[in-house]
Design a protein around this ligand. Structure first.
Ligand code: ADP
Length: 365
């Protein structure tokens, strides 16, 4: 993919250069918005720093769309403040909002391209709205299509493009007016896994090469894992957890985060889970969560030396999130001796692993 990005730094450098806050392109303070009895936003505070990719994840109904609408001024919060590049937009009128809204480029799940217009006209649209001359618009569209690897499609119509190509056009259009922030609203939710990966890689490249600040709204942890620097988990209108992606993956505090992670974490195979009992048995099945140093060290061989006995890796693996190892291992341990089991658990905990005895199985699995 990198071949698409030759000489783009000079194309995009003004992005974010007008940031008024110390390092925050967006800052939300105690944002509240109710619809009747429903608190869609119930005191949301968070910031997006210059040059970072912040992922906001939550289930359907968590408040993500309301958050986006407050950010681009389509919805007014009942209380709280929305700072974009240091300016509070939450009380501005429609006329004052217009130029500030253009500081946010948006990409959408269903691309929202104009089907009757060519790719280059779609990309240049934000500049037309700004009243820029046609020659400038088309030159900018050509630069951006090169950036997203679609130069040869400039004269094509959206209907002739694949989903991934349509989203590349969407990205090019979102960047046309050199926004301070790219807001991605479930932008890969309609794409297949391979196309999703290529679009996320494109966003990451643009972020790295151009320092573009990205706020990414999703319900998929895999999207967060792939490209976000930090993650905020939203549930019932509140941010229940936030931090660097790898640390939230390593030590998810809230039940909702654990559940969202469940889909991309190793799970005990159902065949074994169905045989677990709480009575002492031949084997105890341990779930061992490791991250950072605990995942880098020879934990299992050290365990075998320190606490003689037999151990068997049943299932699991180590993933790498932001270059940090984070993993879950399911290990079967000789289970009939309580003292032995207690020693194993104490050893693992002393090495900063999180350990849970899931149960016992009567026979070796
Ligand atoms: P998400 O985008 O995470 O699915 P939303 O922001 O759309 O969540 O919705 C959050 C909550 O607010 C939901 O319970 C939803 O039903 C409610 N809600 C959102 N917009 C409206 C509205 N215009 N009128 C009534 N209820 C709304």
């Amino acid at each position: 993919m990198n071949q698409h990005f030759a000489s783009v730094t000079e194309i995009m450098h003004p992005i974010g250069s007008r940031s008024a806050g110390p390092d925050d392109v967006v800052r939300l303070i105690e944002l509240k918005r109710r619809f009747g009895a429903t608190a869609a936003l119930d005191g949301v505070s968070l910031s997006v720093r210059q040059g970072e990719i912040l992922g906001i994840i939550g289930r359907s109904g968590a408040g993500k769309s309301t958050l986006i609408r407050c950010l681009n001024g389509l919805e007014r919060p009942d209380s709280g403040q929305v700072f974009i590049e240091g300016r509070d937009i939450s009380r501005l009128g429609e006329r004052e909002l217009q130029p500030l809204r253009r500081r946010i480029g948006m990409i959408f799940q269903h691309f929202n391209l104009l089907s009757a217009k060519t790719v280059e006209v779609n990309v240049a649209l934000p500049l037309k709205i700004e009243g820029r001359p046609r020659a400038e618009r088309l030159a900018r569209a050509a630069e951006l299509l090169e950036l997203v690897g679609l130069s040869e499609k400039a004269k094509a119509y959206p209907a002739s493009l694949s989903g991934g190509q349509k989203q590349r056009v969407g990205i090019a259009r979102a960047l046309a007016a050199r926004p301070a922030l790219l807001l991605s609203d479930e932008a890969t939710s309609a794409l297949d896994p391979e196309t999703t990966r290529s679009i996320l890689a494109l966003l990451r490249d643009i972020n790295r090469q151009l320092g573009l600040t990205i706020l990414l709204i999703t319900h998929e942890m895999e999207v967060i894992r792939s490209i976000a620097d930090r993650v905020a988990v939203i549930d019932a209108g509140r941010i229940v957890e936030q931090g660097p992606v790898w640390s939230v993956f390593a030590d998810p505090k809230s039940a909702i985060t654990q559940s969202l992670l469940g889909g991309i974490r190793p799970q005990l195979p159902a065949e074994i889970a169905s045989r677990l009992t709480q009575n002492a048995g031949v084997e105890a099945i341990l779930r061992i969560d490791v991250a950072g140093e605990a995942a880098r060290s020879p934990l299992l061989s050290d365990l075998a030396s320190a606490v003689p006995g037999w151990f068997r890796l049943v299932h699991g693996g180590i993933d790498h999130v932001q270059q940090q190892p984070v993993g879950t291992l399911f290990v079967a341990v000789a289970g009939s001796n309580e003292d032995h089991l207690a020693e194993v658990i104490a050893f693992l905990k002393a090495r900063n692993a999180r350990v849970e005895v899931l149960g016992h199985v009567a026979n070796s699995v």
